[in-house]
Design a protein around this ligand. Sequence first.
Ligand code: URA
Length: 435
Amino acid sequence: MSQARTIIAKLRQRQTPSRDELSWFATGLADGTVTDAQAGAFAMAVCLNGLGDVGRVALTIAMRDSGQVLDWDLPGPVLDKHSTGGVGDCVSLILAPALAACGAYVPMISGRGLGHTGGTLDKLDCIPGLSTQLSEARLRDVVARAGCAIVGATGDIAPADKRLYAVRDVTSTVDSLDLITASILSKKLAAGLAGLVLDVKVGSGAFMKDMAAARGLADALVKTANASGCKTTALITDMNQPLAPALGNALEVAEVMRVLTGQTKGPLVEISVALGGVLLANGGLAKDVQAGADAVAAAIADGRAAERFGTMVAAMGGPVQFVENWSRFLPEATVIREIAAPRTSYVTAIDGEALGLAVVDLGGGRKVEGDRLNLAVGLSDVARLGARVTKGQALAVVHAARAADADRAEAAVRAAITLGTAQAPVPDLIAERIG
Ligand code: URA
């Protein structure tokens, strides 16, 4: 029997393939020895029968090692964070430069929008001239100069995942804890990290809608990353409303610039400080989580994070004076329309996924692979959960390319924001810490 058939047969019989077998399979995915049919059968068998803790670690390491694994010789620890995805989640753009300002090095390999959630690379595309597809030499140069670089994965980073993800997408096998864990971590660990913090989102705007699902994913990710040699902690954080009051690529970059230049605070800063505190403590740059959080808060408040952001943007080909003149560089939509509250009331629920899908429908996200984005569109000034709104006050502002698009977005926003007569409880921003 061929090696692939043996491995698939073991999985079908609920046995765990050995490390060598999973390594062979990952190499075969990367070099084409494993056929699409075998990859599909493998994914389905894992999806149905699971791999167990040992098998999940072995698959993660095998997929990490299917391509290039970066190593670094820098005067500080190499750290990173990963978010499982949400709406208005532009924390990476704040946290990476803030960590760099605290002495860490952050080669952040990021992705594009997925489903209703935004992607960091799409947001960076709003900055004229900036390229997120860097060669390894340029990535190393930007990280050495700015302390951080936010880039797309090259074809050489975890190629087994690239192949398996495409097969999972068309075989209804995306939804497996083992495969999601191996997929996320193989790419992150290939960046040669010493420490990682995971922001596992839970709630209406997240992929994980309830705590049990979020805990299961956080637990699998933390166990697997630590067993693979990367010190990792997860925070489960609330996504029952957008994290920033803005959703959409340029609108989120504008919000990030307001945070970095001290014009606003709020949940984006709170989450950045919490994630950064854990990471600096894990990376040995702070004596404990509180000291780490204080260091990140100070780097944001005193402008050092903004300075790092500016250095990173310029080193990646963007404008040299971006931080000083950001509003001049970002694209603006042609139709801007306030959605007024129909009566004085409280915001009692927000369907985050519906708001994310409204932005996709405006052209701010992809419906099918390869769609071109309109970077200017989206929503801003989204009312917070628990807020009291008076009649006529804005529930949100729609930024659209055409009036007909704004009409559809307005209807979607009105349906997504529930108003009530009494203030409903607002979940804590940080629900739990794992690891
Ligand atoms: N993100 C990934 O990179 N992989 C998954 O499987 C799911 C989310």
